[in-house]
Design a protein around this ligand. Structure first.
Ligand code: NDP
Length: 328
């Protein structure tokens, strides 16, 4: 038997509830590799899956947790053997397949990545999907060629934004951080941001075709009106890596002008189905380019029983940086 955060659904009322329960190993889903989970984390999607699921969860009872790190216990796949340290993000684990909010997980070998050298299991979950996505965004901007101006990070005090700020600053870029939480200014400066901008500066939807060129690149976690404005402020030939929709799924006030008059690129970043080789490349870059003291400053520790509250908080945009859940 082992502990897990289980979400149950009352068929009559349709309401869901989450609590820590004891589970039998035989209840785990099918997969080639059984992992003794050490740590997990909390992402926006986890907030949805701890609650009513937001259309992501197919079957109940459900064990959420889209990320985990731990040690292989059993494997019928040649790539992994007992004792190997592994990390998992994406592939709809924690949504369509039982996830990391448990002391054991059973998954397909294809979904795992060996823990990169230089990162331990706890640090890997301080990074998690949020940090991996931030690194994928930075790689995409670099592949297009970052321009001279400062790099803008939106939703900066959130998980993706915090890691993106720390990586970009460490690589020597001037980082401008947009936040709706003025009280997080010192935190963002400590991560390496040179300028802190209020969210309200970007909230007005305008019909202007272009604004002054301000940004040499952008990692955007927000979309909505913010992305519509930011696109018009990008330098000639620069790129925006679009990773999230914390401010809405539409790009409000967006016009074609930044694309056809300034050659601006909008780069879509997906972490869920990212091919294996690029995941390995991104994890290796994280181990090298993300300063571990900055990562530590982002972490708030948690246990399985804290998760229902944290799930509600992240949906309200109230989680700062990265949560690391010790499932044991
Ligand atoms: P967090 O909740 O940690 O961060 C999101 C941040 O966005 C908040 O902290 C807040 O930052 C800002 N924000 C929240 N609500 C609003 C709003 N209404 N208007 C403007 N800004 C807002 O989430 P994550 O960093 O984990 O994820 C960010 C987004 O990226 C989510 O939409 C998530 O679903 C998506 N995502 C996508 C992935 C992919 O593969 N493409 C992978 C991971 C996440 P502040 O307080 O600083 O303003």
């Amino acid at each position: 038997m082992f502990k897990a955060l289980v979400v149950n659904k009352d068929e009559e009322s349709g309401k869901t509830s989450a609590s820590v329960e004891e589970i039998d190993l035989a209840q785990l889903p099918q997969g080639e590799v059984t992992v003794a989970v050490e740590y997990s984390t909390v992402n926006y999607k986890d907030g949805l899956c701890i609650g009513p699921g937001g259309g992501l969860v197919r079957n109940y009872p459900h064990v959420p947790g889209i990320d985990f790190s731990g040690t292989v216990e059993e494997s019928s796949d040649d790539r992994y053997k007992p004792g190997d340290k592994v990390v998992l993000t994406g592939w709809r684990v924690g949504e369509a397949h039982w996830g990391g909010y448990a002391q054991k997980a059973r998954v397909r070998a294809d979904w795992l990545v060996p823990l990169p050298e230089g990162l331990d299991a706890r640090q890997a979950m301080a990074v998690g999907t949020a940090g991996l996505t931030a690194m994928l965004a930075v790689q995409a901007l670099e592949d297009q060629g970052l321009k001279s101006g400062p790099v803008l990070v939106t939703g900066a005090a959130g998980g993706v934004g915090s890691v993106a700020t720390a990586i970009l600053a460490n690589l020597g870029h001037k980082v401008a951080a947009v936040t709706g939480r003025a009280e997080q200014a010192d935190y963002l400066r400590d991560l390496g941001a040179s300028d802190i901008l209020g969210r309200e500066e970007f909230e007005e939807v305008t019909r202007k075709p272009l604004e002054g060129e301000r940004w040499g690149g952008c990692v955007d976690a927000v979309a909505g009106a913010m992305l519509g404005r930011v696109l018009k402020q990008m330098e000639y030939g620069s790129s925006v890596a679009a990773i999230g929709l914390a401010g809405g799924a539409a790009i409000e006030g967006a016009l074609i002008t930044p694309f056809i008059l300034r050659g601006v690129n909008l780069l879509g970043i997906d972490s869920v189905m990212q091919p294996y080789d690029n995941r390995v490349r991104a994890w290796e870059r994280i181990a090298r380019d993300l300063p571990m003291d900055k990562l530590e400053a982002m972490v708030q520790p948690a246990t399985l029983s804290d998760l229902p509250g944290l799930g509600r908080d992240i949906l309200k945009g109230q989680v700062k940086g990265r949560v690391v859940v010790d499932v044991n």
